[in-house]
Design a protein around this ligand. Sequence first.
Ligand SMILES: [Zn+2]
Length: 114
Amino acid sequence: MIKIADERLEILFKMAEDEFSLHPQRSHRYVEMARSIAQKYNLKMPSYWRGRYCKGCKRFLKHGLNSKVRLNHSAVTIECLECGEVSTMPYLKEQKTKRRKRIESRTFQEGNYE
Ligand SMILES: [Zn+2]
């Protein structure tokens, strides 16, 4: 169940992202839905999306459109242009999302026992 809920969070945020330019109200609703799912199943918001909604007015934030993002040395500040809420998140050193290619290079060296 938790896995399904987790996936739904991802889907809702992706939909919010996609819809924002045309239907910002829908995006805000998707965030609302995601938040209620997270509460219901006691889930943490996916880290990737954590800075993508306002903690004040709970709206979806699209960087550069209704939010301003600033990077400091140790933190990211996100200002919501809808309500003025500023949230600060500790800056994670380059999130390691690069998927390392698993090179399965198994070299079976069959010894020559002569
Ligand atoms: Zn806000």
